[in-house]
Design a protein around this ligand. Structure first.
Ligand code: GCO
Ligand code: MG
Length: 402
């Protein structure tokens, strides 16, 4: 029997920070797992290096489910983004190894294809409405069938989701940047640009929007109602999800579909959202919700309630997570859509991935495992840099949800 011989925690910053776990077996097979938690990277690196790596050595890499149970229950301290990201990294690396040992791409181990490809949406944004419309047009030219639209709110600086350069990267400063927020201005303005997108491009493209946890339930209800004529694919994170009952209130007022989950880490945090049918899409991910093993469990629960998947896929999720997501998305019956933002060129110098974009869809690599290789020499050129996500403040100076 092969055993786990080595577990290395690799930290690099090719365009942004990434933490990666690489497990090597006594047969020389390697597996990769993403362990990146944006703005809190080193906490997960330490969790893995100081607390998980020592207990991995000598264990059977084939026992993926048992390892999950061992790390989750065995820690006593459960859930939370740091723990679940660390567990996810081990789980993902073991699926990668299992695929390589079996000689099969991971989606085959998950039951094989349920579809031809993985529908993705990308981010269109603008500092004003004309530039947003140009950016939507650019994405349609690139072949996207679904776009998320975000525009800067006039008179309020630093709106979430608006790109400055080629890539959108919110964690860009070595101390947290503070950004102003006005609910009133946003609620008046956002529906108007979503309408402008529909007016110019019609209804053949899927249109999405991220509220990014900024509204109270009743404000979100008003927003959802206002944008009903735009027939959004979804409004994302309309209100912070700690208060799961808040979504019931939104539901009473609007048929705009709701997507939640990028910041949630376990099946228990989405349990009521799913079983009480308070959401339409669950956005938990491989990297922050306990790996392929646990995400499959969430997706299966969701399937029972006609909730579909829509995993988070911003650039702070590494190409390892993206590949794992594509394998899982391809296999599950209740797939909805996958978020996809192109990574920086430097990122792709470190992570050589076989994931392919074509005609608005992603396709997994056909090689055994996940199909991603880590380039150590390239990684060394990009040392870790401390980076924080911004913090939002209302115009009166009080802290708001970013
Ligand atoms: C999204 C997300 C991101 C997050 C970021 C946090 O829908 O893509 O909201 O933009 O803010 O991933 O790390
Ligand atoms: Mg989001």
């Amino acid at each position: 029997m092969a055993t786990i011989e080595r577990a290395e925690v690799l930290v690099t910053s090719p365009g942004r920070n990434f933490v990666t776990l690489r497990i090597t077996t006594s047969d020389g097979v390697t597996g990769l797992g993403d362990a990146t938690l944006n703005g809190r990277e080193l906490a997960v690196a330490s969790y893995l290096r100081d607390h998980v790596a020592p207990v991995l050595t000598g264990r059977d890499p084939a026992r993926v489910e048992d390892m999950w149970q061992y790390l989750y229950r065995g820690a006593y301290w459960r859930r939370g983004p740091v723990t679940m990201t660390a567990v996810a990294a081990v789980d993902t690396a073991l699926w990668d190894i299992k695929g390589k040992v079996a000689g099969l791409p991971v989606y085959q181990l998950l039951g094989g294809r349920s579809r031809n490809g993985v529908l993705v949406y990308s981010h269109a944004s603008g500092v004003d409405v004309p530039s947003l419309l140009d950016d939507v047009a650019r994405h349609l030219d690139l072949g996207y069938k679904a776009v998320r639209a975000q525009a800067a709110v006039p008179g309020v600086g630093g709106t979430y989701g608006v790109r400055k350069g080629k890539l959108y990267e919110p964690a860009a400063t070595s101390l947290p940047q503070e950004q102003p927020w006005s609910t009133e201005a946003y609620l008046d303005f956002a529906p108007t640009y979503l309408e402008a997108v529909r007016e110019r491009f019609g209804f053949d493209v899927h249109l999405l929007h991220d509220v990014h946890h900024r509204l109270t339930p009743i404000e979100a209800a008003r927003f959802g109602k206002a944008v009903e004529p735009c027939r959004l694919f979804w409004m994302e994170d309309p209100t912070p999800a700690e208060n799961q009952d808040g979504f019931r209130l939104i539901r009473q007022h609007t048929t705009t579909p709701i997507a939640v989950g990028e910041a949630l880490t376990s099946v228990w945090e989405v349990q009521h959202l799913i079983t009480e049918q308070l959401i339409d899409y669950v956005r938990t991910t491989v990297v922050h919700a306990g790996g392929i093993t646990h995400l499959r469990r969430i997706f299966d629960l969701a399937a029972l309630y006609q909730v579909r998947t829509g995993s988070h896929g911003a650039t702070d999720l590494s190409p390892v997570t993206l590949a794992a997501a594509v394998h899982l998305d391809l296999a599950v019956p209740n797939f909805g859509i996958q978020e996809y933002m192109e990574h920086a060129d430097e990122t792709m110098e470190v992570f050589h991935s076989g994931v392919r974009f074509e005609d608005g869809m992603l396709h997994p690599p056909e090689e055994p495992g996940l199909g991603v290789e880590y380039d150590d020499a390239a990684a060394e050129r990009f040392p870790y840099q401390r980076r924080y996500l911004p913090v939002a403040r209302r115009l009166d100076g009080s802290v708001h949800d970013w």
